[in-house]
Design a protein around this ligand. Structure first.
Ligand code: NAP
Length: 262
């Protein structure tokens, strides 16, 4: 796919991966529409990216708010007349220790990491159906198939997203020529994992490059880095008795908060 002139909407554009994707796409001659909650940061990024080749617009958007998401998409359509590609990256990472198990953490993760994506899909579909073309690339996570101690809220929200994307992919393509791409990053050095050292983490710049390359190739799943893909998919094959005997602290990873029982 040639990205020159394509209208690309990016959610989570103030974050490590989303911002880097925006930077790289500005060099490909795309028309960019950037969204996140921090308006000042959006303004700074967009000012830097606007150039002869690229027009960059932005608007504040909280993906937990369905009306906000609708306005965001209307804003893009009004400015550019269409939406060719939506790269959805908005997300939060919240540990949910068993010692203080609480539904509010799970609810919040589901609202941002799952429902926030559902709203985009709902309002993008009619536009892309009428265009008979489009790409929706949604960011899940590499370990989306098995639960991980301490990370159930995050994992459940991402697993739900991966499942939804898988469910829509074939029908969207066959009936409406819309590509559904699931992005499954392993560890990427961004503000999200600050304080959580992860061996083998790659730079956001590299992650954005791999994502853009995957979108151009119209891949169904974009997963990286290779070493973590191999480890994760091998671990997915462990029988339960072996999986449940893995070291819990190792599974939670470096930087997981120490929590006292309440
Ligand atoms: N970094 C990793 O190792 C890693 C691994 C696997 C998957 N991922 C996924 O990759 C995606 C990007 O992550 P990242 O590492 O770039 O994280 P990040 O640096 O923390 O950026 C997160 C982005 O999401 C936006 N966001 C958060 N809550 C939002 C809300 N309610 N409404 C709108 N925007 C919201 C943030 O912007 P505002 O604060 O301005 O709203 C920010 O732009 C996420 O979905 C994450 O789960 C990351």
């Amino acid at each position: 796919m040639d990205l020159n002139g394509k209208v690309v909407l990016i959610s989570g554009a103030t974050g490590g991966i989303g911002e880097e994707i925006a930077k790289q796409l500005s060099k490909e001659g795309c028309k960019l529409a950037l969204f996140a909650r921090r308006e000042q940061k959006l303004k700074e990024i967009s000012t830097k990216l606007n150039n002869d080749k690229t027009k960059c617009i932005f608007q504040k958007c909280d993906v937990k708010n369905k009306d906000n998401v609708k306005e965001t998409i209307e804003f893009t359509q009004n400015e550019f007349g269409r939406v060719d590609i939506a790269i959805l990256t908005a997300g939060i990472l919240a540990p949910n220790p068993i010692e203080t198990f609480n539904s509010s953490i799970i609810m919040n993760s589901m609202e941002v990491n799952f429902l926030g994506y559902v709203y985009f899909i709902q309002y993008l579909l009619p536009i892309m159906k009428s265009q008979n073309s489009g790409t929706i690339a949604a960011t899940s996570t590499l370990p989306d198939q098995r639960g991980v101690p301490g990370w159930g809220a995050y994992g459940a929200s991402k697993a739900a997203l991966s499942w939804l994307m898988d469910s829509l992919r074939a029908e969207a393509k066959q009936k409406y020529n819309i590509n559904f791409i699931t992005i499954k990053p392993g560890s990427v050095e961004t503000p999200m994992i600050e304080g959580y050292y992860r061996k083998g983490a790659i730079q956001a710049e590299k992650a954005a490059k791999l994502i853009i390359k995957g979108i151009k190739k119209e891949k169904k799943i974009i997963q990286f880095p290779l070493s973590q893909v191999v480890t994760t998919r091998l671990t997915d094959l462990f029988p339960l008795f072996a999986y449940d005997n893995l070291d819990i602290e190792m599974m939670k990873g470096h930087g997981y908060p120490d929590v006292e029982e309440k």
